[in-house]
Design a protein around this ligand. Sequence first.
Ligand code: NAD
Length: 298
Amino acid sequence: MSELRFDGKVAVVTGAGHGLGRSHALMLAARGANVVVNDLGGALDGTGASTGPAAEVVELIAKDGGRAVANADDISTPEGADSLVRTALDVFGRVDVVVNNAGILRDKSFGKMTVEEFDAVLAVHARGSFLVSRAAFPHMKEQGYGRIVNTSSPSGLFGNFGQANYATAKMGLVGLTKTLGIEGARAGIKANAIAPMAWTRMTETLFPAEYAHKLAPEKVSPLVVFLAHESCPTSGEVFSVGAGRVARVFVAEGPGWRSDDLSAEAIRDNWDAILTEQPYLQPTTLGEQWGASLNEML
Ligand code: NAD
């Protein structure tokens, strides 16, 4: 089995001071990538900052003979995201891989969630992923090559109590991933997303302690490595990953039901047909989705 290597490639991993990002950075570096280890170093809710976590991961990589540089920019700001990508260019001369992983939590039941709690979470997950991808995109386009891995979440894909802000951001990342997949295609840029499950400071109160090993971040990172590699065959896809299991998550549309005389009552009376899932359609562009509706009508 030939090893997936990243020799000569440069990877930027956001939020790589702890948890999943740390594991992604270590695994990419162990496979020869030059890694920019970004982490603001704040608390789980995004408050505070420290250069410590990113520096510690860089030290670990260096100890194993890898090449990495620490960066403590705040990726939720255009200045921070631009400066992060600039670091990759200044230190390593290029940027091939962006892993948008940084994240915070401000959980609150919907009725109690403030505008600030909503905005703060979207700023890191959705805006941050947009900003770092935006900063790297022209360089990837110019070299005709790039890999972007975004981090969604089962909370966004399926909904979760107390996470209206987080779920909005995480499902938003599915849209960003699919659009980047479409817009990057001609330039050799592929974008995919993971929806992970892992034992980190973000989830340690949710899972029993004996799950820590089974849910180690190292059981998620191999998928990030594959999606970040030049041999990755897909773009615009989302994968559920955790505890060693990898599964494709897809957005599909049922066959539908139509009437030339659509009314609310007709919809009520045909609700079961409208809810039917098979045979489903999986449009990869808006044109394919529109085509399905229009073909039936014409
Ligand atoms: P974590 O808290 O261990 O790691 C997140 C890292 O992001 C932290 O090191 C933090 O300092 C950094 N960060 C936060 N805001 C930043 C900013 N503005 N700029 C730069 N760095 C910033 O949590 P984790 O579980 O490793 O989460 C990693 C990603 O995976 C997140 O996007 C999270 O939402 C997602 N996720 C995790 C799980 C899980 O089961 N752990 C499930 C679904 C999604």
